[in-house]
Design a protein around this ligand. Structure first.
Ligand code: ADP
Ligand code: MG
Length: 263
C-alpha cells in the first residue's frame, strides 16, 4: 500500500499550547506542549486530574477553540474543516438535547442540519443504543442514562469519522456508567471510527482504549502514553484479567509520578 492510499490520521497534534485570558488581565497556561496521535479507527483515551486541560484539548481538536501554539491536524485538515465537513461527532458530560424535540428528532438533528435524511440510520442507531421504544418521548421523560444514549446516537447518526467524548459518563450512576461503557465498546466494534475519549477514570480508559494518554496536572503535559494490550472484542470479562490489572497499574503509576491521583 502506498502512503497515498492510507487514511489520514484522525488526530495529529504536536506541541499544542493554550493559554486562557483571565478576568484580571493575567493568563492561565492550560496546555504546555502536548502531542497527541489518534489513528484512523483507533480508540484513544486521555486521563488526567481535574483542571489539567483535557476539555481544552478536546475543544481545540473540535475546532471550538482557536489554535494558539503548536499544530493540530484533524482528519488531514484544520480542526474547523473537519467540523464543517460534518466529519466529527461530539458527546459531552451533559447530553445537551433539545427539550422540544422527541428522542428520534434529537438523534436526527445532525442530518436535519445537513439537509440529509436517513430514517433507516436513525432507527438502527436508536435500536443499537437500546432506546428504540422511546423514540417518541421527550428528553424530560428519560433517565440520565437514556439521555446520554440519545446523545451518543445523535453524535453517530451522520457517520462521522472521529468521535470526541468528554467525560460522557461522568454524570451517570455507577450501574448506568458500566452499561454505557459496554454499549460504547459494542458500537465502536461495529462503526470502527476513531474515538478520542476524555475521562478521569483509569478503569474506563483501560477497558475502552487502544492507548491511554496520561496527562500531568496544570499546565497539562503528556506524562506517558500507555498501550493497552488487551484482545478485542472486550467486555465484562476483562475486569479481573492480569493484563488489565497491570495496564491500570501502569496508568496509575504515571498519574502518581506527578503527585496526583485519579479514580
Ligand atoms: P479539565 O477538562 O482537564 O478538567 P479544562 O480544560 O476544563 O480542564 O481546564 C484547564 C484549565 O483551564 C483549568 O484551570 C480551568 O480553570 C481553565 N479554564 C478552562 N476554561 C477556561 C476559560 N474559559 N477561561 C479561563 N480559564 C479556563
Ligand atoms: Mg473537562
Amino acid at each position: 500500500m502506498t502512503s497515498s492510499t492510507l487514511p489520514a490520521p484522525a488526530v495529529a497534534a504536536r506541541g499544542v499550547t493554550y493559554r486562557y485570558a483571565e478576568a484580571d488581565g493575567r493568563t492561565l497556561l492550560a496546555l504546555d506542549g502536548v502531542d497527541l496521535a489518534v489513528g484512523a479507527g483507533e480508540f484513544v483515551s486521555v486521563v488526567g486530574p481535574s483542571g489539567c486541560g483535557k476539555s481544552t484539548l478536546l475543544r481545540l481538536v473540535a475546532g471550538l477553540l482557536p489554535s494558539q501554539g503548536g499544530e493540530v491536524s484533524v482528519l488531514g485538515g484544520a480542526p474547523g474543516e473537519a467540523q464543517r465537513a460534518h466529519a466529527l461527532g461530539l458527546v459531552a458530560q451533559e447530553p445537551g438535547l433539545l427539550p422540544w424535540r422527541d428522542v428520534a428528532a434529537n438523534v436526527r438533528l445532525p442530518l436535519d442540519v445537513m439537509r440529509a435524511g436517513d430514517p433507516e440510520r436513525v432507527r438502527a442507531l436508536l435500536d443499537q443504543v437500546g432506546i428504540a421504544e422511546f423514540a417518541g418521548y421527550r428528553p424530560a421523560a428519560l433517565s440520565g442514562g437514556m439521555r446520554q444514549r440519545v446523545a451518543l446516537a445523535r453524535a453517530l447518526v451522520h457517520r462521522p469519522r472521529l468521535l470526541l467524548m468528554d467525560e460522557p459518563f461522568g454524570a451517570l450512576d455507577e450501574l448506568s456508567r458500566e452499561a454505557m461503557r459496554l454499549e460504547l465498546l459494542r458500537i465502536w466494534e461495529q462503526e470502527r471510527i476513531a474515538v478520542l475519549f476524555v475521562t478521569h477514570s483509569v478503569v474506563e480508559a483501560v477497558l475502552l482504549s487502544d492507548r491511554v494518554v496520561v496527562m500531568s496536572g496544570r499546565p497539562g503535559r503528556v506524562r506517558a502514553v500507555i498501550d493497552v494490550p488487551l484482545p478485542r472484542p472486550r467486555g465484562e470479562a476483562q475486569g479481573p484479567s492480569a493484563a488489565f490489572v497491570a495496564t491500570a497499574a501502569a496508568v496509575r503509576a504515571a498519574l502518581r509520578s506527578d503527585g496526583v491521583g485519579a479514580a
